[in-house]
Write a protein that binds this ligand. Structure first.
Ligand code: AMP
Ligand code: ZN
Length: 673
């Protein structure tokens, strides 16, 4: 191995170890800054020496691969489902059957929690993660390897022992905190919320852009290792072994010498599981001895040697007192139920979300109904049912409001939309203040010194009516307001002034065009460069931008055809808010290709030739027109002629596939979008 190869290898090993320390052990030994430095060093080396490309390098964790159609693959070993039991009696029955089949009463078990996510089968060949396949129908699933590689707690390489070829199964989960954060971002972008962590985790596996998956805080908890010759005789020891290889195995798992100990485990976790950072919905009990497992085998659907005990989701009943209708900044109406206070999962619950009119309709809710509520992954609990028997003759069905509770405008609901909207965007108070509150928020203009309350106060005192009014506020206007000290007034004014430096992409997010969240705003800004270009773009131009779909394009067109919006933007422009990318942001995104001459040839799958060329320039490279000894490398598309390949080979010029090239520039491609 030459020096460069050795250097690259050493960096890769070091980074794999740091990922493991951070994501599996939760014990980082270096700072994020140092980690990023090492990663950058490796990225630079890899792009300088593309011949050492490795699809399992830590640099591949950032994703960037686009999968249009996931390939279906057969499982080498069927992925069964699990038999369920909702009671301890069910477990006793299960044990009786096993005793009969095995002819012994001494059976010990491994108890694990049942992690609530999406199952995955990871295949390692020669110590390398080679494939990740979803459960699918148990016989075949989808190959989602590119997406799975972005999950940092999954080892891409493991220590090679004489056990380096195996399958390992686990659950892809989305921790509750990360899920809530994702929803917070959706709220800020005026988008519909994700339902629950489980669906979001399984939906993430099928995203086309693995760079999007990389941004989601997914994790993977493993629960079974499969191989011809398992290293240990019990399931528990095999999982401990997997743990030593670098897989994340929750330390909640425990050996139970008999069913009584299983029951203890079940009772212990019944309430304790709510303290875990992720959702669980039961306990999986597995016969511990592998020999016994083999002897017991499988039914048509599930292993006889394992069973899931499902916890009852905690449900309580209470009285539905009234319904409030909240008006968001986009005018969306959200019904919220007011309940008679009741204890649920350790907290007192007074309100429950109802999402939209359909939900009220589905439950045929009446005032004073006795309703059942449950807590899921969401922050606020939901109503899941009604005690119909408790209804009286005088029960009155709840009719969804027809007019805005704040401004009395008739509500509208367009086809295919789950929500009702108040269309009075220009004078409905919560829409006005909601837009201003969004504008000043941390991820938008990040204006120090003002919070939601101040906005309400300023609006009530008729000092601001829209976001542009902020920029004409003066200290002397603020001082007479309730509880406004001189210092705070100064802070507000200077905070507003500083916000004129906030870069265009954030401004674009801040002005609150429906469905234009942070990421979309970034993409639009990079692509169109100025607000004028965006507002005059046609539908076709908008949808031609990567990841801009029909809904977003239509929303931008609606926005730009409203004269009020155009006037507002003009006023913001006049006070000096940024509506263009800065020169420096337009030009270079990286120096990965500095001093490199790259030749592009053939037809490409994911990028057009023009885009490829632009990428090269944005990363400080030069586009060469023909192959010569000066060419640094060749990016070869499908239909490249054989003569070019021969020439490149003669001159010993490295040939990269489109995919390899994209991998190499993954970081900068993401910035570009
Ligand atoms: P079910 O979907 O109800 O048939 O339950 C089977 C699924 O439970 C499996 O496919 C796994 O994805 C999931 N599961 C979660 N935690 C575990 C665990 N500790 N052991 C086995 N399966 C588990
Ligand atoms: Zn209204």
């Amino acid at each position: 191995m030459n020096y460069i190869a050795a250097q690259i290898e050493a960096l890769r090993n070091e980074l794999h170890q740091h990922n493991y320390n951070y994501y599996v052990l939760d014990k980082p030994v270096i700072s994020d800054f140092e980690f990023d430095k090492l990663l950058k060093k490796l990225q630079d080396l890899e792009s300088q020496y593309p011949e050492y490309f490795d699809e399992n390098s830590p640099t591949q964790r950032v994703g960037g691969q686009i999968t249009k159609n996931f390939i279906t693959e057969n499982h080498q070993n069927r992925m069964y489902s699990l038999d369920n039991s909702y009671s301890k009696e069910g477990l006793i029955e299960w044990e009786k059957r096993n005793i009969k089949l095995l002819g012994t009463t001494s059976i010990s078990y491994t108890c694990e929690l049942k992690y609530d996510g999406a199952s995955i089968n990871l295949i390692y060949v020669n110590g390398k993660l080679s494939k990740a396949i979803t459960r699918g129908d148990g016989y075949q699933g989808d190959n989602v390897t590119a997406n799975i590689k972005t999950i940092k707690s999954i080892p891409l390489l493991i220590k090679t022992t004489n056990f380096s070829d195996f399958e390992i199964r686990g659950e892809i989960i989305l921790p509750i905190e990360g899920f809530n954060k994702m929803n917070q971002e959706r709220i800020e972008a005026g988008e519909d919320l994700y339902m629950n962590p489980r669906n979001t985790a399984s939906g993430s596996l099928k995203l086309q852009d693995s760079a999007e998956v990389a941004k989601r805080p997914l994790d993977c908890l493993l629960y079974q290792i499969i191989g011809d010759k398992l290293p240990y005789k019990t399931h528990f020891e095999n999982l401990e072994f997997a743990n030593s290889l670098g897989f994340k195995i929750p330390d909640s798992m425990k050996v139970a010498k008999n069913l009584d100990e299983v029951f203890e485990f079940i009772d212990y976790w019944e309430s304790k599981r709510h303290d875990l950072p992720y959702e669980t919905d039961g306990v999986v009990i597995k016969v511990n001895a592998i020999d016994f497992q083999k002897e017991l085998g499988y039914t048509a659907k599930s292993p006889r040697w394992a069973i899931a005990y499902k916890y009852q989701t905690e449900q309580v009943s209470t009285k539905l007192l009234s319904i409030d209708y909240q008006v968001g900044r986009t005018g969306a109406i959200t019904p919220v139920a007011n309940l008679e206070p009741v204890q649920l999962g350790g907290t007192i619950v007074k309100r429950a979300s109802l999402h939209n009119a359909d939900q009220i309709e589905k439950l045929a809710l009446c005032l004073n109904d006795e309703v059942f509520i449950e807590k899921g992954g969401e922050i606020i609990p939901k109503i899941v049912g009604v005690n119909i028997d408790a209804r009286t003759e005088s029960s009155k069905k709840i009719a969804f409001i027809s007019h805005c509770p704040e401004c009395n405008t008739k509500l509208v609901r367009s086809e295919g939309d789950a929500k009702h909207y108040c269309p009075n965007e220009n004078s409905c108070p919560p829409q006005i203040t909601g837009r201003i509150i969004h504008f000043i928020s941390r991820k938008a203009m990040n204006i120090d010194g003002i919070g939601a309350e101040t906005v309400e106060l300023l609006f009530k005192n008729r000092l601001i009516y829209d976001i542009a009014d902020l920029y004409s506020l003066t200290e002397s206007q603020l001082l007479p307001l309730e509880r406004m000290a001189e210092k705070s007034a100064q802070n507000i004014i200077s905070g507003i002034a500083t916000s004129k430096e906030i870069p265009f992409e954030k401004v674009l997010f801040a002005i609150g065009i429906r469905f234009v969240g942070e990421t979309v705003a970034k993409k639009l800004a990079k692509h169109f460069k100025t607000i004028d270009n965006i507002l005059k773009a046609s539908y076709d131009e908008l949808v031609s931008v990567d990841e801009i779909g029909d809904k977003i394009a239509q929303s931008i067109i609606d926005f730009s055809s409203n004269l009020n919006n155009i006037q507002l933007i003009e006023r913001l422009k006049q006070v000096g808010v940024q509506f263009k990318l800065k020169e420096s942001e337009v030009q270079i995104t990286s120096e990965i290709l500095k001093n490199k001459i790259v030749v592009v040839s053939g037809v490409f799958e994911t990028l057009s030739r023009e885009e490829l060329k632009r990428l090269i320039e944005l990363n400080s490279g030069k586009v060469g027109s023909s192959i010569s000894s000066k060419t640094s490398f060749l990016v070869a598309g499908d239909t490249m002629g054989p003569s070019k390949r021969i020439k490149a080979e003669e001159l010993k010029i490295p040939i990269l596939t489109e995919h390899e090239f994209i991998q190499m520039l993954a970081t900068s491609i993401r910035r570009l979008r």
